[in-house]
Design a protein around this ligand. Structure first.
Ligand code: GLN
Ligand code: ZN
Length: 536
């Protein structure tokens, strides 16, 4: 590292070089290498990298201290940050103060916000406000403005208000976390026992077919939702619209002869937002957009308080769908880790505890679905892998509690009920044991783009439960032929026991149009039927 940095410095001629590190603390070894190199300055994230504080005292280089959280939307405790700076920086040190990382992950301006309730808004700070926070700290430390004491006092009051707010703390929710033990996180019987029961009840053919949940959210669906939200469409008409869509989608799946069908998720605009809107402890911004990838942006929900469910969130639609058909309708939920990962999360308690609260809310929903006659329930966890800490040494702890959360959500059911999960990616060589520990009866994963190569993991590791390796890529309108999907499935049987294979697309069909969706699913079902014939 050091020679590379020295080269950089040499090439920079008269410019100074600052090496910016963030999202974690610097490794001690790497810190030493930076320190002895010729670069001029180092940026440290003091929020996500708590240990970084230890480097400040003895570092001779110019330091840039990331004291304002660039990754979240909470107001900083300015008095606290001032103390940190005053205690760790010697007067002769040359320092910058900065946000912990770039503001790419933080929305633009809280002043534009129209939706967040005022009680909560006073706890928040978006990019523009964060820059002002930096300014206040600077002015205070440099003693170059006498008029900021009022602003600092206001900040102190806002921080205090948040800490003591009745909106945040719910003792029933907190007590529930203390009840977690092995009976909360364990199915009644093991998979082998359960699978015998499932075979008996569901009587599914070999290579059963299903989809991941959503069906095309065409213009009419998005328009109806927008009109309903604006008040231009009354509730009864919107409900009727959604029912017709659901019925139509069930009919199509029956015609195509899919074995385990879904209701289509037309009532949801987003798999996390929908649940956030139904849970206590969440709020939503009107313009808190951040980049997700490329040109895609998202408006993550904000988790500000203890999370609980006041009423059922999905039972209405799953039950309605089940009443329309003799086929089994799979209930569809988003898992606790995905809800956590794709939201702005409160920073006044551990992510683990927040995830456990969500897990209990999902558990209540699972229980309700079961009691309302839903026999198969899928809990999506596409964000499980992206939640992995940057440092490998921290993986085990994360995987333990995140798997634990999935199990809190899923283990409440009777043996008769089948739990599915879905992850968009199929690349999990390094966490396969945790995936198995989820103990979902069936997992669906993306494998079609790698032409089943990702299933190699299952050669080395005998995955104990059932698995649906995606047989077509939903990112493209291309319709794969029956033969192509048959071949993929044959390939899958080389790595996975054919008794355990499900047949499904890679992910939800939300972004596709109807014509290609129907054609691809027809071919998929025919491919499964081919395989049934050839494998006897
Ligand atoms: N059930 C969701 C859907 O079908 C899953 C989406 C996802 O994995 N990203 O849209
Ligand atoms: Zn997916």
């Amino acid at each position: 590292i050091t020679p590379t940095l020295n080269e950089l410095k040499k090439a920079s001629k008269n410019s100074k070089i600052l090496i910016a590190t963030y999202f974690e603390s610097l490794d001690e070894k790497i810190q030493k290498k930076l320190s002895i190199s010729d670069i001029d300055a180092i940026h440290l994230d003091l929020l996500r990298g708590v240990e970084n504080k230890n480097y400040i005292q003895n570092e001779k280089k110019i330091l840039s201290l990331g004291v304002i959280d660039g990754r979240n939307i909470w107001k900083s405790d300015l008095n606290q940050q001032i103390k940190v700076i005053q205690q760790s920086v010697k007067p002769e040190n040359e320092v910058f103060i900065s946000t912990s990382c770039s503001l790419l992950y933080c929305p633009y301006d809280l002043d534009l916000e129209k939706k967040i309730p005022n009680e909560i808004k006073r706890w928040l700070s978006f990019s523009k406000q964060k820059l002002n926070e930096l300014n206040l700290i600077k002015k205070f430390i440099n003693k170059d403005d006498k008029n900021i004491s009022k602003e600092l006092e206001q900040n102190r009051l806002d921080i205090l208000d948040r800490q003591n707010s009745k909106l945040i703390h719910d003792s029933i929710v907190k007590k529930r976390l203390e009840t977690i033990d092995s009976s909360t996180t364990k199915r009644k019987s093991g998979y082998t026992q359960r699978s015998i029961i499932h075979k008996d009840i569901f009587k599914l053919p070999k290579f059963p077919t299903t989809t991941i949940g959503s069906f095309p959210q065409t213009l009419d669906v998005r328009q109806a939702r927008a009109k309903f939200k604006k008040g231009e469409l009354d509730e009864a008409s919107y409900e009727k619209f959604l029912k017709d869509k659901t019925i139509g989608t069930i009919k199509k799946q029956e015609e195509i002869d899919i074995d385990v069908i879904v209701h289509g998720e037309f009532e949801r605009n987003d798999m996390v937002e929908y649940f956030g809107e139904h849970l206590k402890g969440f709020t939503f911004s009107s313009s808190g957009w951040v980049q997700s990838y490329g040109s895609r942006c998202v408006k993550p929900p904000i988790i500000y308080g203890d999370i609980s469910r006041s009423k059922a969130m999905t039972v209405h639609w799953s039950k309605f769908a089940q009443e329309q058909t003799n086929k089994i309708v799979k209930g569809m939920l988003t898992g606790p880790i995905t809800i956590l990962q794709w939201s702005f999360v409160r920073d006044d308690q551990s992510r683990k505890n927040t995830a456990q609260e969500i897990a209990f809310a999902i558990r209540d929903e699972v229980e309700d679905l079961e009691q309302n006659g839903i026999k198969i329930i899928q809990i999506d966890e596409p964000a499980l892998r992206e939640g992995l800490p940057l440092k490998k040494g921290k993986w085990k702890n994360y995987l333990d509690w995140s798997v634990g959360c999935f199990k809190i959500a899923s283990s409440v059911v009777k043996d008769e009920t089948q739990i599915h999960t879905h992850m968009c990616y199929g690349e999990f060589d390094d966490i396969i044991e945790s995936i198995a520990a989820l103990d979902a009866d069936v997992i669906s994963i993306e494998t079609s783009r790698s032409r089943m190569e990702l299933l190699k993991t299952f050669e080395k590791f005998k995955y104990p439960n059932e698995i649906g390796p995606g047989v077509f890529d939903i990112h493209s309108p291309r319709v794969p032929s029956i033969e192509e999907m048959t071949n993929l499935l044959m390939k899958a049987t080389k790595n996975v026991d054919s008794e355990k294979i499900w047949v499904n697309p890679d992910c939800g069909l939300k972004t596709r149009g109807w014509p290609e969706t129907i054609n691809a699913l027809q071919n998929m079902v025919l491919a499964a039927k081919n395989l049934r014939k050839s494998s006897g």
